[in-house]
Design a protein around this ligand. Structure first.
Ligand code: UD1
Ligand code: CA
Length: 478
């Protein structure tokens, strides 16, 4: 069987009722990728001639995800007739005549790998079977279809949980919902399905029984690692799967030389890249396309999404979204780096600082309690505590530019657009409304009025008045 004679059908039309969610089940995320994205990647790895995805419930949202993860997949819309059998029947209409075999995957069985499917295909081909399916042995088979085998070991039929009698429910070999079938066998079997069962659906599993009864050969290949073929039907199963996959991802990085001190509290998406000698401390989530370079330390308690972190950088208790943090830079604790933030080599964003669309130059520092948005902070500049770039005039955003090695005072407001020149200083408490030339000192007129003795006359008898009085009479207080 050449790969060119293969089509893959992905079943994704179900309502996912048991999730109790406004998000379609197959779009719920697992390690940063929707369930259906995992299955489409597996489908693609099989190199099929055609991939078809059957949708109905929230069809538009599911179609968008399909486009993102497999842009050459064809969408098939399921009609009002429910059931996995109906879904495949409609998909088959779009399968080319030159296709010999059809692989059927469930979009809610995300961990299955292409190697296991290839093994099923090999078995199917060698046995010249009409249908070959994957089964597994579950300690608790509740919810799955049970495999009924003949004495010779081939499959007789499958009984769904809802239709099974007490004896059948004790069977532990379950249908994984993953099949390869000859196209002509499906074409023969599917039109004969009816909905005379407990759920009133056209069951794909009934085709298996029909073909077996027609003396067609149906095989089940047992998958030893049953987690590979686990389905997601509710949030408890989804969480168990997220935990399992995350444990595998964390162990993978540990084997590759990353220190992860508390794996239980660290969540890493599949798309993240970590270099050797990165340290990940407790309470860290690394999401999307994060790439962390050699020797960087992240955590404790950080969430990084789509962040680029350079060698030896250090990020503590902070939230970082779509920012670049160069080698040796430090962030936090308690900072919020929003999209478009770039911290150049050795730069510092300290405690309680928010940044957005801003470049903090080489070795420049924003150490405390500041908002730096739409700004360029030059190399080696230092921004005083409690400073704000007033970037928004109510209609448009404007930039603040601070020159290299400028030192701005505490509690400054930079009313953008405005520029502070190279090496300039600004005094504490200044509102900078006009450009400050290079090397200048900007200082606002001092307008503090001092009323001598006010506390003594207006707050007599208070601890403050007494302290003031004492300071005047104590000789060494001068
Ligand atoms: C199905 C199998 C069951 C198997 C289990 C494995 C049938 C009748 N039962 O049960 O034997 O043990 O998978 O996980 O096939 N779907 C459609 N159209 C529909 C209904 C479902 O495309 O009309 C899709 C769903 O989106 C889902 C997949 O088919 O991706 C399986 O449907 P689901 O309702 O979850 O079937 P199970 O009850 O789990
Ligand atoms: Ca299912």
């Amino acid at each position: 069987m050449s790969p060119s004679s293969l089509a893959v059908v992905v079943l994704a039309a179900g309502a996912g009722t048991r999730m109790k969610s406004t998000t379609p089940k197959v779009l719920h995320p697992l390690a940063g990728i929707p369930l259906i994205g995992h299955v489409l990647a597996t489908a693609e790895a099989l190199g099929p001639q055609q991939t078809l995805v059957v949708v109905r419930h929230e069809a538009e949202r599911v179609r968008e995800a399909v486009e993102e993860y497999a842009d050459d997949a064809q969408i098939v819309h399921q009609d009002d007739v429910p059931g996995t059998g109906r879904a495949v029947e409609l998909a088959l209409e779009a399968v080319g005549d030159d296709v010999d075999n059809v692989v059927i995957l469930s979009a809610d069985v995300p961990l299955l790998d292409s190697e296991t499917i290839e093994a099923m295909l090999g078995f199917h081909r060698d046995a010249a079977a009409e249908v070959t399916l994957l089964s597994t042995i579950h300690d608790d088979p509740t919810g799955y279809g049970r495999i009924i085998r003949r004495e010779d070991g081939t499959v007789s039929h499958i009984v769904e949980e809802a239709d099974a009698d007490e004896q059948q429910r004790t069977l532990q070999e379950v249908n994984a919902g993953v099949y390869v079938a000859r196209r002509d066998a499906l074409a023969k079997g599917l039109p004969r399905l009816d909905t005379a069962n407990a759920q009133g659906e056209k069951y794909l599993t009934d085709v298996v029984g029909q073909l077996a009864a027609d003396s067609g050969l149906v095989h089940a290949v047992v998958v030893e690692d049953s987690w590979l073929v686990e389905g997601v039907n509710d949030r408890i199963q989804l969480q168990a799967m997220q935990r399992r996959l995350n444990t595998m991802i964390v162990r993978g990085w540990q084997r590759d030389g990353v220190s992860i001190t508390d794996p239980e509290s660290v969540w890493i998406d599949l798309s993240v890249q970590l270099d050797q000698d990165v340290t990940v401390l407790p309470g860290v989530a690394l999401e999307g396309s994060c790439h962390i370079d050699h020797g960087a330390t992240i955590g404790p308690d950080c969430t990084l999404s789509n962040a680029r972190v350079g060698q030896g950088a250090r990020i503590q208790r902070s939230v970082v979204d779509s920012a670049v943090i160069a080698a040796g830079a430090t962030v936090g604790p308690f900072s919020y780096l929003r999209p478009g933030t770039v911290i150049e080599e050795g730069g510092k964003v300290g405690a309680f600082v928010e940044t957005k669309n801003a470049t903090i130059g080489k070795a420049a520092k924003v150490p405390h309690l500041s908002y730096i948005g739409d700004a360029d902070i030059g190399e080696g500049a230092n921004i005083g505590a409690g400073s704000i770039t007033a970037n928004y005039d109510g209609v448009n955003k404007h930039r603040t530019v601070i020159g290299p090695h400028a030192k701005t005072g505490s509690d400054n407001v930079f009313v953008a657009p405005v520029e502070v020149g190279a090496g300039a200083y600004t005094a504490a408490g200044t509102t900078i409304r006009r450009n400050v030339p290079a090397g200048a000192l900007a200082v606002a007129p001092v307008s503090v009025r001092t009323v001598e003795g006010w506390v003594g006359t207006h707050r007599p008898g208070t601890a403050s008045a007494e302290a003031a009085e004492n300071s005047r009479t104590t000789p060494d207080s001068q």
